[in-house]
Design a protein around this ligand. Structure first.
Ligand code: URA
Length: 241
């Protein structure tokens, strides 16, 4: 069972201002607990099963937030950047108040599935090399990707720094002067997909992540859009990892 917490702390955690701001809200009689105006800042309640209202509006308490974004190009997946727009710049205030951060990185020119959360434990598990969470990318590559590459990717590719990648799964969607492939890897080395093709002297000209840890990018999300994960998707991520 969730433990009891102070009313002012609960409201501040929910983003209704600093502890000082919420104390003022409470003092002004704008906060109700179980349909009664409550003026005690330090009242201890279980926020998950207590009816709290501010100015008559019900509050739904939650600690964690999980967002799926379709990251566009030219936006960096860090929380702070002196030059570029970051993925946080694409979030609404109602989600920013939870202080989410990207669970993993995509290059500036990579599009697709990016998970943002404030659940440090889940983020850590998704990124842990030990867990080897599957990440699938759709890539367009300059040059013919041949059938024989499938086994080479399965065996592991030696990157420019001598590192041999773990087995990965290559699917060729189209083999032509401008090939289209899907690649599933269990690691997240710097520029990994691009460097795996560089080992064949090929350039990745377009890259998009389409799934991660069993979670598929929602096709209804346009570039730059995001939505909260459903309960089912959150469970899926937790079970898969
Ligand atoms: N591999 C890359 O090369 N870039 C990414 O953004 C993700 C995987």
């Amino acid at each position: 069972m969730a433990k009891k917490e102070r009313l002012d702390k609960i409201l501040a955690n929910m983003g209704y201002g600093s502890r000082k701001d919420v104390k003022k809200l409470i003092k002004e009689g704008r906060v109700e607990v179980n349909n009664k105006i409550e003026k005690k800042n330090d009242l201890r309640i279980n926020p998950y099963n207590t009816l709290i209202k501010i100015d008559g509006e019900k509050i739904f308490y939650r600690k964690y937030i999980y967002l799926m974004m379709n990251k566009p190009k030219d936006v960096v997946s860090s929380t702070d950047d002196p030059v570029n727009r970051t993925v946080l710049d694409l979030l609404e205030e109602e989600h920013l108040i939870f202080n989410p951060f990207p669970a993993g990185r995509l290059d500036k020119d990579t599009e697709g599935l990016l998970l943002l959360t404030n659940d440090g434990k889940l983020a850590h598990e998704l990124l842990s090399p030990k867990k080897g969470v599957n990440k699938t990318y759709y890539a367009e590559v300059d040059g013919f990707v041949e059938e024989s590459y499938i086994d080479r990717f399965k065996e592991g590719i030696i990157l420019d720094d001598g590192y041999k990648t773990l087995p990965s799964k290559l699917e060729i969607l189209e083999s032509s002067a401008f090939s289209k492939v899907k690649l599933t890897i269990k690691e997240g080395k710097f520029h990994q997909v691009k460097r795996m093709f560089e080992a064949f002297n090929m350039e990745v000209v377009y890259l998009k992540r389409i799934s991660m840890g069993g979670l598929e990018l929602d096709k209804n999300l346009s570039l730059g859009e995001y939505r909260e994960l459903t309960e089912k998707e959150i469970q899926l991520l937790k079970e898969n990892n």
